[in-house]
Write a protein that binds this ligand. Structure first.
Ligand SMILES: [Zn+2]
Length: 407
């Protein structure tokens, strides 16, 4: 395997989760009668540029298919986060009715809608047809394609360059991170700003978040590595913020190398923080596999114990990270009867691999589980709060990552 960024040979394994189906490949009842495709799910570390990356087995267009079911608008916490960002960026970067905001992976328009409300011209790029159509239904302009350098050139000629380019949770999802970064360079105005949010590798390691590893996630990014990828593309990062989203993310602000933006002290601070943490020391990556296996074994032990006690366990949140955990642990519907999820696009389908049926949360009362395993632990507070009436009547919640917890 060769590094996607610097082409160095990678000969180590950071994490090996065996074989798994793509995390967002939800199945219909009919699909259950067909062969399901499994791919190796293995992650290595480049000792030259420290890009942590999955081995490339599946092309991206096989992952982000036209019925890709992930809808960003499904989480209230996330919507609030995005609205705050829109307000912040309008005042921070002086955006107005003559500006252009461009979002890559605009999904169902969860973010651009807030720019539209403020009459700031915006354009989304979204490869999955299903989500792109929802965004179009909100009156947003969407280009239904993957961002490539070629598309970037076409857009900059036909629509002009952008004052602000946003990419939330897309940078880690692009297979060719170099080409993607060059595309951003093609699209940005002389003093424009690129804002990217991605889960921080440092939190993944310290929080044992092995379940955030899935095929759609090609890269696991440190600030150190992103700084060097930007530099190679003729860009630079002038500010970085730490966010609580997705178990701990970074928001970076980048610009063209010679642009007017002054470098904030946060840039040097974050580089120092990662150096002290050991991002550029291979020993930091050594014990991750062991930690993932311990979490898996603890969860399995608990589920088997509860089964023997005749307790009924179900799950909440049909998120990608849940599928990684369930498939790595080999959990099926004998241990977890159903999973509940608010997204209507997922309801009455089945989780890939585990084949656990997804139901509307309105069915929780009738199903009456003793325990509910919360799969998207990053929004567990929001979920527990919304289900507080069940908690009062005795239902317990289980969280598996970073350590087994019963609430
Ligand atoms: Zn590399």
């Amino acid at each position: 395997m060769f590094c996607r960024n610097c082409n160095s040979k990678i000969n180590n394994t950071f994490l090996d989760l065996g074989h798994a189906p793509p995390s967002n490949a939800y199945l219909s009842k009919n699909d259950l009668l067909k062969v399901e495709r499994y791919f190796p799910l293995k992650v290595g570390v480049c000792k030259n540029c420290w890009l942590v990356q999955t081995e490339d087995f599946i092309a991206a267009d096989n992952l982000f298919t036209k019925d890709y079911a992930y809808l960003s608008s499904a989480s209230e916490t996330w919507l609030k986060h995005c609205k705050n960002f829109v307000d912040y960026s309008i005042s921070e970067f002086n955006l107005h009715s003559k500006s252009l905001v461009l979002e890559v992976a605009s999904n169902d328009g969860y973010l651009l809608q807030y720019f539209k409300f403020k009459d700031i011209p915006c354009l989304g790029i979204e490869p999955t047809e299903y989500t792109a159509n929802i965004a179009k239904g909100k009156g947003l302009n969407i280009i239904n394609e993957f961002l490539t350098r070629k598309l970037a050139k076409e857009i900059s000629l036909s629509k002009g360059k952008a004052d602000l380019i946003i990419g939330n949770n897309v940078y880690a999802h692009v297979p060719d991170i170099k080409d993607f970064t060059h595309s951003l360079k093609v699209l940005i105005k002389e003093n424009g700003v690129i804002s990217l949010e991605f889960p921080h590798l440092m939190n993944l390691i310290s929080g044992k978040q092995f379940d955030t590893v899935y095929h759609e996630h090609f890269s696991y990014l440190s600030f150190t590595t992103v700084v060097s990828i930007f530099k190679d593309a003729g860009l630079r990062i002038f500010n970085v913020q730490e966010l609580d989203t997705h178990g701990g993310s970074l928001r970076i602000f980048g610009c063209l190398k010679d642009s007017i933006h002054k470098e904030n002290i946060s840039v040097k601070r974050m580089l120092d923080k990662e150096l002290i943490f050991g991002i550029t020391n291979i020993k930091t990556y050594d014990s991750f596999q062991e930690q993932a296996e311990l979490i898996k074994n603890n969860l399995l032990g608990l589920l088997i114990k509860l089964k023997k006690e005749n307790k009924v366990v179900m799950a909440y949140g049909a998120a990608a990270k849940g599928n990684t955990l369930l498939n790595f642990a080999g959990i099926k519907s004998d241990l977890i009867r159903f999973v509940f999820d608010n997204a209507t696009s997922k309801q009455n389908k089945y989780l890939p691999g585990s084949h656990i049926k997804i139901l509307n949360p309105s069915e929780i009362k009738r199903s009456n589980p003793d325990y509910l395993l919360i799969l998207p632990w990053n929004i567990s507070n929001e979920i527990i709060e919304s289900l507080s009436k069940f908690k009062e009547s005795g239902m317990k919640f289980i969280i598996a990552v970073p350590n087994i917890k019963i609430i």
